[in-house]
Design a protein. Structure first.
Lengths: 231, 395
């Protein structure tokens, strides 16, 4: 059956090479991939297979050596630094393994930050911050600093931050990697809810339970897709 | 939000920020003091000369006022000619010399000024009144204390004293009618002011019809230098010195003060620059991961650069504000030490606060601090996001 949902993220024979001294490392060796609206794609594979490099390329924080990465039809290779930054701000939501919340800001301010950068009116962004914190179950802890939150809570704030500008998709790099099993399961539950509510997810993980939670698993090895299957 | 983030970045390491602030404040204080000193003597000297409103000073040809023992002869004729001059509104003739008051086996000596009490510009009366008759005199506090006298007392004053023979020349009884502060004399220097004619008479042949100095006030709109040149041409025995020329001469003599102040002030600026630059660089290096994350989630490079530069600006601004207070206090303290040197006029200052110069210098320091944040800001803005995130994750 043909999937009629629009493609939000596409790669066309993407390659990424790094020069390390005299050696050239070919981290990604020609990957073509379409991610459609509402999909949950898990990128899995052994260490060094190119997962994180692929995630950086998908999130427009790195540029391919050849090939194309298109976010809602825009080729990231053609964008200036300023345009790529604006694209990340509005179309991409990042969730990192180590949460990377701003330690000097409260949970509220961390979620508010991308909206402030996008010049969302103050009243509107305050309402949305509270909605998002409520969504991830942390409304009561809005004024707490990251150091006053548990790992699971920090990751939920990071997810709320990633969603603040209503991005086209959410990219997560090992989102449960720093959490214990029980807390990780809570985060997986939250991601489930997000996806069920229509958020497109691309998740890099070693966590088998998280990978299986996705509806599509893309296996990488040596910078290439070796398997792309629906679960 | 960018301002809040900059402020909170600074308060994350309070002790470090406070130490840096202390350093910048000291640097600012030093800069302020150097600026105050570079212009202080000049401004203070100018204020001193202008205090009584006299714009021209006439002294014996080739000398500066009170620069030696030389006097001008034909005083009455000279004063009469000057009083007739249409450019001149006030003529204040002065004859200087020592006066001695017998005390015990010896004498108490003071600097005596014979002058015209109604036009004089050498002292400000603190108590009592000006001399009205030939045998009335005004003392300063130091001479009252040295002689143990008070206003209303009678005292003998002489223009000459031979300590070997213990004889006094030209001794006369005087009534002390006032206490005054002498503008051009040191506070601890004993001084007395008496009528010019009395002083001339007391000095005998040395003082008869002679003057040490004539101070002149000009009518509105007259150029002191032009009038001075004309008077010196008409009265070949005098040198005319305008306040402006005197200040210029003083400036030339005080040039090394200004050079020293310039060098030390520049060093303060460099130290301020290095302090701000170091603290902001350390702060940025500690936050590379955070900065990379901010860039990744869509915060612009220029916004990052502004935040870092704002941190430098905030440090410099706070340091300069603290430095302003510290600089004023240290300047006052240093001034009290320097003006305590003997023979300096009571009203001279080494450090003078001039708002435009002081705020200009501190503004320059703030600008320097802002610019000091530019290099770390540029680094932060150009951070390779993916590589930094990978490095930070490994770290």
């Amino acid at each position: 059956m043909t999937d009629l949902r629009p493609v939000v993220l596409a790669t066309r024979d993407v390659k990424r090479e790094f020069t390390l001294g005299a050696e050239t490392v070919r981290a990604v060796r020609g990957i073509s991939l379409d991610v459609r609206e509402g999909e949950w794609v898990s990128l899995i594979g052994p260490s060094g297979c190119g997962k994180s490099t692929m995630l950086n390329l998908l999130g427009a924080i790195d540029r391919p050596s050849s090939g194309a990465v298109e976010i809602r039809g825009r080729d990231t290779a053609t964008l200036s630094d300023q345009e790529a930054t604006a694209l990340r701000l509005r179309e991409v939501g990042f969730v990192f393994q180590r949460f990377y919340l701003m330690p000097q800001l409260s949970a509220f301010e961390n979620v508010e930050l991308p909206m402030a950068e996008a010049r969302v009116p103050t009243a509107e962004r305050r309402t949305r911050v509270l909605e998002l914190l409520d969504y991830v179950g942390l409304k009561a802890r809005a004024q707490h600093r990251p150091s006053e939150l548990s790992g699971g809570e920090q990751q939920r704030v990071a997810i709320a931050r990633a969603l603040s500008n209503k991005p086209a998709f959410l990219l997560a790099d090992e989102p449960t990697g720093e959490l214990d099993a029980a807390t990780g399961a809570e985060v997986i539950k939250l991601l489930h809810r997000l996806n069920a509510d229509g958020t497109t997810l691309v998740i890099v993980t070693h966590d088998a339970s998280l990978a299986r939670a996705g509806r599509r698993i893309v296996s990488l090895r040596d910078g290439q897709v070796v398997k792309d299957e629906a679960t | 939000m960018i301002i809040a983030m900059a402020a909170r970045s600074l308060t994350r390491h309070r002790a470090r920020t406070l130490l840096a602030l202390a350093g910048i404040a000291i640097s600012s204080a030093m800069l302020l003091d150097m600026v105050m000193m570079s212009s202080g003597m000049r401004v203070s000297f100018k204020q001193l000369l202008e205090a009584q409103g006299f714009q021209l000073r006439l002294s014996p040809r080739g000398t500066l006022p009170f620069d030696g023992e030389a006097t001008l002869g034909g005083a009455a004729e000279l004063v009469a000619a000057l009083e007739r001059d249409p450019d001149i509104s006030t003529v204040a003739p002065v004859l200087g010399g020592s006066v001695h008051s017998p005390k015990g086996e010896g004498a108490v000596t003071a600097f005596g000024l014979g002058l015209a009490p109604q036009s004089q510009g050498d002292y400000n009366l603190l108590r009592g009144r000006n001399p009205r008759t030939p045998n009335e005199v005004v003392f300063n506090r130091a001479y009252l204390a040295a002689t143990g006298r008070a206003i209303g007392d009678t005292i003998t004053l002489a223009a000459g004293y031979d300590p070997q023979l213990r004889t006094f020349a030209g001794a006369q009884p005087f009534t002390i009618v006032g206490e005054a502060s002498f503008t051009y004399l040191a506070a601890d220097q004993s001084a007395a002011a008496l009528p010019l004619a009395t002083m001339q008479a007391m000095r005998g042949t040395d003082g008869r019809d002679r003057l040490t100095l004539v101070m002149l006030k000009l009518r509105d709109g007259r150029n002191p230098d032009s009038v001075g040149v004309r008077i010196a041409r008409e009265q070949p025995r005098v040198s005319a010195l305008s306040t402006q020329s005197a200040v210029k001469q003083a400036e030339e003599r005080l040039g090394y003060f200004r050079q020293m102040a310039l060098v030390l002030g520049s060093i303060s600026l460099v130290v301020g620059f290095l302090l701000v630059s170091t603290i902001v660089t350390v702060s940025v290096n500690e936050r590379l991961g955070e900065i990379a994350v901010l860039r990744a989630i869509g915060v612009g490079a220029s916004r990052i650069a502004w935040q870092v530069m704002l941190e430098g600006l905030a440090l410099a601004l706070a340091g300069a504000t603290l430095g302003l207070g510290l600089g004023l206090v240290t300047a006052q303290w240093l001034n009290s030490i320097l003006t305590g040197f003997p023979s300096l006029p009571e009203h001279i200052s080494f450090f003078v606060f001039e708002a435009r110069d002081a705020f200009g210098a501190l503004g320059l320091l703030v600008l320097t601090g802002f610019m000091a944040g530019a290099i770390p800001a540029w680094r932060a803005a150009r951070l390779p996001i993916a590589r930094t995130l990978r490095t930070e994750a490994v770290a």
